[in-house]
Design a protein around this ligand. Structure first.
Ligand code: NAD
Length: 492
């Protein structure tokens, strides 16, 4: 049966006020499996107003302990409903169920982590030179936070934002991607079940047409965005009008660097999973594989052998390793990038086309594709593909590895494979990225800060420091002296 979704505004589940809807496609079957509301600007305004009313109406004064109870209850509900949430997400965006299922667990862990911090938002007392003055700080929530997410990992990306936002006492308006909104809406039911007061969490759906309303309303105090750089620029430009702070989690062109002294077997598995996991549709995809010249041929041969065994198929099947890409636009764009690379003379060693075969007939499947001896002039080496395309290139020494690794506008993640501990430290310092993995790739923990540098974004998510992005510090100075004062004398 086709799902007909509604949005959550001020504690009510509603359709778009003008009745507008969008189709949501199952990319494995290329079939509409749900309709979601296309919110109007008025709907967005209602959600922001409801969020603001809930903030002022009591949520901001809620004791941290009470927010923690609600966040833990939400995490429990996510765990109890994990199979359902994962199935919905996989059907909506095509990501394999073994990954969406793990990601639901990661998201619920995120709510528990920040539940533990909700009652620890403490200020400081500041020792001053002047003993008459007593100074302290208050750590306060910001107000209405707008949380905008991409389609590739809706619940995980949302948890990175929502957990700290709620823990710190903010209220929110969530806007999932129009390509995969259903898991976020199912999650909204759990928010309600957990007992959050109406208006604390609002969810509006629709495409970029509601973008301006989500970034210009005067009651917005904070925006956190995960998506592409073109959208990020629009949001930043709009937010600049009102000086609203924006966290941006954007794309990458991450290097995975294999040195000759590494455990090559582990490195090859890490390199293949680092790009072909989630069909390459992750911001941290290790899309550039840099290999030390002396082991280059050996590593290329091992990578190609491994890539040849990747199981494509129904993303709901736990044995499937690579599902379809998420939608028609992705499918056409990725095949376009591959075609352009071929036209530029790229040496495609495996893949390079749509994937055919039994069970793949209806889905947006693309063959895992490897380009070897990728020269610096190839545009595919500079652009984020956000699909199953790996470029492999050799390097001579550590200095050249660093130079190639950093020769990108992006700076999200990097992988380093070596058994030399000194080199691991040197490389970790030298690569320009927000995240560095040594002898692993795509490993995650909610307490470890995540985010990019350069064109990969500004701000961090997940770790304790994320609370700073959802709070403001107020300084309070009290004069305790009792003597008569000179009104023009400045106290220092
Ligand atoms: P996108 O920028 O097209 O869309 C992201 C979200 O922004 C969607 O919800 C979309 O509806 C909304 N949007 C569109 N126009 C808007 C506007 N004018 N104002 C406000 N919101 C607007 O990105 P996408 O295609 O959904 O996601 C792919 C990108 O996301 C890739 O570049 C990927 O690397 C990046 N990403 C980054 C991370 C990270 O944590 N760094 C994680 C996942 C994805």
């Amino acid at each position: 049966m086709m799902r007909q979704e509604t949005m959550l505004i001020g504690g009510q589940w509603v359709s778009a006020s003008d009745g507008g809807t969008l189709d949501s496609f199952d990319p494995f079957l290329q079939k509409v499996w749900a309709t979601i509301p296309q919110a109007t600007e008025d709907d967005v305004t209602s959600a922001i107003e409801a969020s603001d009313a809930a903030f002022r109406g009591g949520w901001r004064q809620t004791p941290g302990r009470d927010r923690a109870v609600l966040l833990n209850r939400l995490a429990d509900l996510m765990d109890q409903n994990a199979d359902d949430l994962a199935r919905i997400e996989t059907t909506d965006n095509g990501k394999v169920i073994r990954e969406t299922r793990a990601q639901v667990g990661f998201a619920s862990r995120n709510y528990r982590y920040f539940a533990g911090l909700a009652d620890k938002l403490q200020g400081e007392t500041i020792p001053l030179d002047n003993g008459d003055l007593f100074d302290f700080t208050l750590v306060e929530p910001m107000g209405v936070a707008v949380l905008i997410t991409a389609w590739n990992s809706p619940l995980t990306l949302l948890a990175n934002k929502l957990a700290p936002a709620l823990a710190a006492g903010n209220t929110v308006v969530i806007k999932p991607s129009e390509h995969a909104s259903c898991s976020t809406l199912a999650f909204g039911r759990l928010v309600e079940q957990a007992g959050f007061p109406p208006g604390v969490v609002n969810i509006v759906t629709g495409d970029g047409r509601i973008g301006p309303a989500l970034s210009t309303h005067p009651k917005i105090a904070k925006i956190s965005f995960t998506g592409g750089i073109v959208t990020a620029r629009k949001i930043l430009t709009a937010a600049a009008e009102r000086l609203v702070p924006v966290t941006t989690e954007l794309g990458g062109k991450s290097p995975n660097i294999i040195f000759a002294d590494a455990d090559l077997k582990a490195a090859v598995i890490g390199a293949v999973a680092g790009i072909f996991g989630a069909s390459g549709q992750t911001c941290i995809a290790g899309s550039r594989l840099l290999v030390e010249r002396s082991v280059y041929d050996e590593v290329c041969a091992a990578v190609l052998e491994k890539v040849g065994t990747i199981r494509l198929g129904n993303p709901l099947d736990t044995a499937t390793e690579m599902g379809p890409v998420a939608n028609r636009a992705q499918f056409d764009r990725i095949l376009g990038v591959i075609a352009a690379a071929k036209a530029e003379g790229a040496e495609v060693a495996i893949g390079g086309d749509a994937a055919m075969g039994e069970g793949l007939e209806n889905g947006f499947f693309i063959q895992p594709t490897v380009i070897v001896n990728a020269g610096p002039d190839l545009s595919v080496l500079r652009e984020e593909v956000f699909g199953p395309v790996l470029c492999i290139l050799p390097f001579e020494d550590e200095a050249e590895a660093v130079r190639i690794a950093n020769a990108t506008d992006f700076g999200l993640a990097a992988g380093i494979w070596t058994n030399d501990i000194r080199r691991a430290h040197r490389m970790a310092r030298a690569v320009e990225s927000g995240v560095v993995w040594v002898n692993t790739y795509r490993a995650s923990f909610v307490g470890a800060p995540f985010g990019g540098t350069k064109q990969s974004g500004v701000g961090r998510e997940r770790a304790i420091q994320t609370l700073r992005e959802y709070t403001k510090v107020k300084n309070v100075m009290i004069d305790l002296s009792e003597e008569e004062r000179d009104p023009f004398a400045m106290k220092l």
